[in-house]
Design a protein around this ligand. Structure first.
Ligand SMILES: [Ca+2]
Ligand SMILES: [Ca+2]
Ligand SMILES: [Ca+2]
Ligand SMILES: [Ca+2]
Length: 547
């Protein structure tokens, strides 16, 4: 009993510490937040004969923004286009890209108002887009901040890696999102972002580093030692060592050995005992398994996506459910959805891949309807506070995102009722993933990730005011505020009972109490704890163009 209490105390002190950290943050000299807790950034784009003009307004000082672009083709990937760090005290930035030369520049103020132009290069992947294509592409501007500290910008997580920008390790896999390699090609997400490649599609793996070879003596014989390093976070199952005579053509490369992959950053050595020609040269290739073919729905309009729906048979099995999906399309990425009976709302259960040989896919789910397995490359964050289901009904369909709005195809058709082939259904200036469909401040993407009803209002836990609180009473309120899969912001204010004005709490909460005992009372003080939508630097991206 005593031990339990001590553990509880430890947990709650952590919660208190998190409150103080937020309350202690200096208020920004910033524009008013928008009606939904966001600071919406605005993107406008104009093109004329040989120039693309891009303007960001409503920016916050000190905040980073990311502008991305993609073609209008279904299932094309978003490419990082411009990174904008709003260092100054301005709230707007203008860029121009010369469509003949590809030169990109940012407007700068000279002498107070005359604009001059300074180089502001496009990001790696965007430089590969043919310039004549740019005017036909769609653009989105949003948060370039990294709210969860996993090295990936918020907008990139929403739209490219499709990970949770508010959790550093989406799905609690043991690997930070920036270092995950969901397509198993040896390039982690962070590297793919800098290289401008698609982190969800296989690319040729990185070559070994520092490859070298020299003769050594082993057991009285002269042999060749071949050595190399390999840094990717996910090493390959094995390496193949090739050899050819120095002057021979490339067609003479011959595999001479295999070496198993070890931990990241390991050094490797291969001893070539059968070396015949002293002037051999070597090369080493990292052998990642060949990628399965990428299969996409044939059509991505509503009807096309409906055709990807498969029936799911559900059987209770001890404390979980066993699901069987017959006739899956080989290699297609499916999203499983679940609801409680006919009147429930569809929520994401997990991703799986269509069986390669057409055999039925068997999947275990927990009592809340969440899949217990994951084939990748797509992940959902874990949730803790959703209810156990008595009469779960499952269905599944395409988990790909044809229109690049962040929402999976089947989720748009069944849950948000937005168009799976229109990135901004209704042309509102917001991608569908960033629409707030119930007016409670949470976006459709957040509802999807937290398994909540996109059309239901999410009510934050009630805040409270306590006069002369005990340590225990404060802890209870804090604990309740954290009973949600949505990450609400908990702030505390205090006032002296002789004074009517509340002030933000500027000191560690526990110092208000005369002792660390649960029944310690903060005399002459009142405390007000509020639970609110988090103040986001991550604005819903402003969106221009596209189908
Ligand atoms: Ca991040
Ligand atoms: Ca990768
Ligand atoms: Ca979509
Ligand atoms: Ca859509």
């Amino acid at each position: 009993m005593r031990k339990l209490k001590a553990q509880r105390l430890a947990v709650e002190f952590l919660l208190l510490a998190s409150i103080h950290a937020m309350a202690g943050a200096a208020p920004q000299t910033a524009p008013e937040r928008g009606p939904r807790g966001y600071f919406p950034v605005q993107l406008t784009i104009q093109t004329n004969a040989d120039e693309l003009d891009l303007r960001l307004t409503n920016m916050l000082p000190g905040v980073s923004y990311l502008v991305m672009t993609r073609t209008n083709r279904p299932y094309s990937a978003w490419l990082p286009f411009l990174s904008v760090n709003n260092l100054g005290d301005t709230n707007a930035a203008s860029f121009r890209i010369n469509l003949q030369t590809g030169k990109a520049e940012e407007a700068v103020l000279l002498g107070g108002q005359n604009p001059g132009w300074a180089d502001h290069p496009l990001m790696g992947s965007a430089r590969g887009v043919p310039l004549r294509m740019l005017p036909q592409m769609q653009f989105a501007a949003g948060s370039g901040e990294d709210a969860d500290g996993d090295s990936l910008p918020d907008l990139y997580e929403d739209l490219v890696t499709r990970t949770d920008p508010l959790s550093p390790d989406t799905g609690q896999t043991g690997m930070e999102d920036g270092y995950k390699d969901p397509d198993f090609d040896g390039w982690c997400n962070l590297q793919e972002m800098y290289n401008g490649t698609d982190p969800l599609r296989w690319n040729a793996p990185p070559p070994p580093s520092n490859l070298g070879y020299h003769p050594v003596q082993r057991g009285g014989e002269s042999v060749e030692s071949v050595f190399w390093g390999y840094t990717p976070p996910a090493p390959p199952p094995f390496f193949t060592v090739f050899r050819k005579p120095r002057s021979a053509p490339d067609s003479d490369w011959k595999a001479v050995g295999k070496v198993k992959g070890k931990n990241p950053g390991a050094y490797y050595e291969f001893i070539d005992t059968n070396q015949i020609i002293a002037s051999s040269v070597y090369s080493v290739v990292a052998n990642y398994p060949a990628p399965p073919p990428r299969v996409l729905p044939l059509r991505c309009d509503r009807e096309g996506i409906r055709q990807t729906i498969r029936q799911v048979e559900c059987k209770p099995f001890f404390s979980r459910y066993e699901l069987t999906v017959a006739n899956t399309q080989p290699h297609l990425h499916y999203l499983m959805l679940v609801r409680e009976g006919k009147n429930g709302f569809w929520k994401a259960s997990g991703f799986f891949i269509g069986s390669a040989n057409g055999s039925p896919v068997k999947l275990p789910a927990d009592r809340r309807g969440m899949l217990l397995t994951n084939d990748g490359p797509l992940l959902l964050p874990k949730v803790e506070h959703i209810p156990v289901l008595d009469q779960p009904e499952f269905t599944c369909g395409s988990g790909e995102d044809a229109d690049g709005d962040g929402l999976p195809d089947i989720y748009e058709v069944l849950a948000t009722k937005t168009d799976p082939d229109k990135s901004d259904t209704g042309a509102t200036g917001l991608l569908d993933g960033y629409k707030d469909l119930s007016g409670d401040g949470w976006t459709a993407l957040e509802k999807y990730r937290r398994r909540a009803d996109p059309f239901g209002k999410e009510v934050p836990p009630a805040g409270i005011e306590i006069i002369e609180p005990t340590l225990e009473s404060v802890m209870q309120v804090v604990q309740q505020a954290n009973q949600s899969d949505f990450q609400y912001e908990v702030t505390a204010e205090i006032r002296n009972l002789k004074n009517s004005q509340y002030q933000p709490l500027q000191q560690p909460l526990e110092t208000l109490f005369p002792s660390p005992h649960l029944d310690a009372v903060a005399t002459n003080l009142a405390i007000r704890i509020r639970v609110q939508l988090p103040e986001r630097k991550a604005p819903p991206p402003s969106h221009v163009g596209g189908p």
